[in-house]
Design a protein around this ligand. Structure first.
Ligand SMILES: Nc1ncnc2c1ncn2[C@@H]1O[C@H](COP(=O)(O)OP(=O)(O)OP(=O)(O)O)[C@@H](O)[C@H]1O
Ligand SMILES: [Mg+2]
Length: 327
């Protein structure tokens, strides 16, 4: 089953460049969360902090009892077994064929025999649509294939937490649709916790249970998909509706004078599309959450952001949200 990730007061800088000042959020166990934000806002850095590849300047990351930045090297090694990670560049070993790349974590972390390994590797390769490409080297395949090979490798240890950094970049729309369905089905079957970084708002609008937006050295908002998509917060509204008007500019942020000069009120958020459902016709794990559970896990958002077209306030009306999810 999936594990919750609780992040408190995270600050990260590189030299004088501050990436974020104070990020706090709880990524709910067994749900799919997606993290978005303009390029350079530290999404990849955030994932690397979660698995202890980078250390924050301050703050806590609680995963299954331990506080990641404070773990010793041996404890980190054990912690990383809980995670399946797909890095942004796929991070395949260039000299190994796809089969050996995907088998690598099994050979490294388990005592499984080669026939068992073969069964698992071929199963995961089929899952991501790479059957027949076992002998190919990373240098001989397309970017999308590398992504899918990286994903197959992230899945072989049946992780409790799956982190995927732009799994859909470089994929065509049909493959993206298959990949998103695969995430929903895996989440339903394994109950693993997913955190997916993506630039694709089509994906962001239908795939996750929770959405987050990084911007201006902080987490602007993190919460249930329905809440974020119906928000009229300027940056959130602009980003999830892919508009030019708003505080986000070409060079990440417009200067404040420029943004104020536009003074375009946030437009009505587009209607919330139905969520992707498991292909076996069942329910997503998040759909069983009662209103009380949602209330308990809510974040502290800017006031007044969450009243949608129908005057529903997602901040207080959690039972309506839970009911919508079960519908
Ligand atoms: N190891 C590092 N040392 C110094 N600076 C770094 C390091 N890793 C990342 N950065 C800087 O931190 C910032 C955030 O980088 P990051 O890769 O997390 O962005 P991102 O949000 O993932 O962007 P993209 O959407 O383009 O992938 C960038 O300015 C980057 O140059
Ligand atoms: Mg990145």
């Amino acid at each position: 089953m999936g594990v919750e990730i609780r992040v408190e007061g995270l600050r990260k800088s590189f030299g004088r460049q501050v990436i974020w000042e104070d990020v706090s959020l709880t990524i709910p166990a067994g749900e799919i969360s997606a993290l978005l934000g303009p390029s350079g806002t530290g999404k990849s850095v955030f994932l690397k902090n979660l698995v202890g590849l980078l250390r924050p300047d301050r703050g806590h990351i609680y995963v299954g009892g331990g506080d990641v930045p404070r773990l010793r090297e041996s404890e980190l090694y054990a912690l990383r077994r809980k995670f399946g990670v797909l890095f942004q560049d796929g991070a395949l070993f260039g000299s190994m064929n796809l089969y050996d790349n995907i088998a690598f974590p099994l050979r490294e972390h388990t005592k499984k025999g080669e026939s068992e390994i073969r069964r698992i590797v071929l199963e995961k390769m089929e899952m991501v649509g790479l059957t027949g490409a076992e002998r190919k080297l990373p240098g001989e395949i397309s970017g999308g294939m590398k992504k899918r090979a990286g994903l197959a490798r992230a899945l072989v240890l049946d992780p409790e937490i799956i982190l995927a950094d732009e799994p859909d970049s470089g994929l065509d729309p049909v493959r993206t649709a298959y990949l998103n369905q695969l995430f929903v089905d895996l989440n339903t079957r394994l109950g693993a916790t997913f955190l997916i970084v993506t630039h694709d708002i089509g994906t962001a609008r239908v795939l996750p249970d929770n959405l987050g937006l990084l911007f201006r050295r902080g987490l602007v908002m993190f919460g249930p998909r329905e809440m974020v998509l119906s928000s009229t917060h300027p940056a959130v509204n602009q980003f999830f509706n892919a508009r030019r008007q708003g505080p986000i500019g070409m060079a990440e942020e417009k200067d404040l004078a420029e943004a104020a000069a536009e003074s375009v009120p946030p437009s009505r958020p587009a209607p919330i599309p139905p969520q992707l459902m498991p292909s076996d016709g069942g329910l997503r794990p998040s759909m069983r959450r009662p209103g009380a559970w949602l209330r308990e896990h809510r974040v502290t958002p800017p006031p007044g952001s969450f009243v949608d077209d129908q005057g529903r306030d997602w901040l207080t009306d959690w039972d309506a949200l839970a009911a919508q999810r079960r519908r």
